[in-house]
Write a protein that binds this ligand. Structure first.
Ligand code: HEM
Length: 356
């Protein structure tokens, strides 16, 4: 099955779920794997009984880059970090990030000229990198933006290799791809540690994510994060916050290009609500159709199309026992194309999200 899975993994999971139901077993090499497609069973795995699972192998491997940031860390350490990072996503902070996002978007838009063709994915990647750089590190990053962009491109090119089986060994080889990866990672580290040192010295709250991470204090022991922890969380936010959003925006443009009626309605709403001004955080609530366009794009083309977990102990789903160490695969791509929950699932229909 592995070659088929590798070739078109999302659709392969879809085929398995359609053919074998909400709980389907397969072998992935030597591993037991289960595709879980029932929303309630998924909620139980990810939330209710989360203590019974560790993260996916892919996230374990991502530690070579991300260390112990929120995406890769486990158990009590994860809970503690989560509590520390939470204030960075407080509503007041979001208002500020939204202003930065709009500013970056307006600048990107101003470089587009009518009649000129360009690669929208490249453009969205550049945009979300600029946004994540601004929201994480404020203006500090502008002088490092090119270097960060270059290092990130190198890392993404090589990251896939490091997720392959045997990558533990590959990683130890002094071969050029590994060297390039390490060089890019060192480059990012140098920038991030440099920013941390500067900010610690100045002691000022720049209102960005980096300041929040440095100021965060654990209630139980009043401890702050070490430089390494701040580095891991900052790099996690940089990586997690930029590729996902770039993909989501790219698919949204694609869907709009294929659905001119939706596009026209979205523009009509934007023109009516904003009357030509740039949007702010507070305008989002008055743009239900536009929000629906984005939600519908995330439904049809979820950037994180699969989420994996590994069972620590035997685990029951209905009458079935999932043996300890099994891999559990849950796929938004599969669930969000299920006609039981989404009538006419292939249809791009933002009206499904209308508040009424
Ligand atoms: C459309 C955009 C995005 C999508 C589809 C997305 C998707 C996901 C998914 C599916 C997970 C769960 C992974 C797992 O537990 O296996 C996750 C976790 C996470 N994402 Fe995102 N994400 C998006 C944007 C962002 C942004 C903008 C940021 C940061 C600025 C971010 C930061 C994180 C972090 C820190 C985690 C780990 C949370 C935790 O376990 O405590 N993501 N994301």
């Amino acid at each position: 099955m592995l070659p088929l899975f590798r070739k078109d993994p999302a659709n392969y999971l879809l085929k398995i779920a359609r053919e074998y139901g909400d709980l389907a077993y397969m072998r992935l090499g030597p591993q037991h794997a289960f595709v879980v497609s029932d929303p309630e069973a998924i909620r139980d795995i990810l939330i209710t009984h989360q203590g019974n699972f560790t993260k996916s192998r892919m996230l374990e491997r991502a530690k070579v880059l991300l260390g112990d940031g929120l995406l890769t860390s486990e158990a009590e350490f994860h809970t503690r970090q989560r509590r520390l990072v939470q204030p960075a996503f407080h509503r007041d902070r979001l208002v500020r990030y939204a202003a930065d996002m709009v500013d970056c978007a307006a600048r990107a838009r101003d470089t587009w000229k009518p009649g000129v063709e360009f690669d929208i994915h490249q453009e969205m990647t550049r945009l979300t990198l600029a946004i994540v750089g601004r929201t994480l590190f404020s203006a500090d990053v502008s002088s490092d933006a090119d270097e960060i962009g270059h290092a990130m491109t190198q890392i993404f090119e090589l990251f896939d290799t490091l997720l392959l089986p045997f990558s533990d060994w590959i990683q130890k080889l002094p071969i050029p791809p590994v060297r390039r990866f390490e060089k890019a990672r060192d480059q990012l580290d140098k920038i991030v540690y440099g920013l941390i040192a500067e900010r610690r010295q100045s002691g000022k709250d720049a209102g960005d994510l980096l300041s929040m991470l440095l100021l965060a204090q654990d209630e139980s022991d009043n401890a702050h994060m070490t430089d390494k922890q701040v580095r891991d969380e900052a790099l996690t936010l940089l990586i997690a916050g930029h590729e996902t959003t770039a993909n989501a925006l790219t698919w949204t443009w694609y869907l709009l290009s294929q659905n001119s009626e939706v596009e026209a309605r979205m523009h009509a709403e934007i023109d009516r609500v904003l009357g030509g001004k740039l949007p702010g955080f507070e305008d989002v609530a008055s743009l239900p159709y536009t929000s629906g366009v984005f939600a519908e794009s995330l439904r049809l083309y979820p950037p994180a199309w699969a989420i994996g977990r590994r069972a620590r102990e035997d685990y029951s789903i209905g009458n079935y026992t999932i043996p300890a160490k099994s891999i559990l695969l849950m796929s938004p791509w599969v669930v969000q194309r299920d006609p039981r929950w989404w009538p006419e699932p292939e249809r791009f229909n933002p009206d499904r999200w209308h508040p009424d």
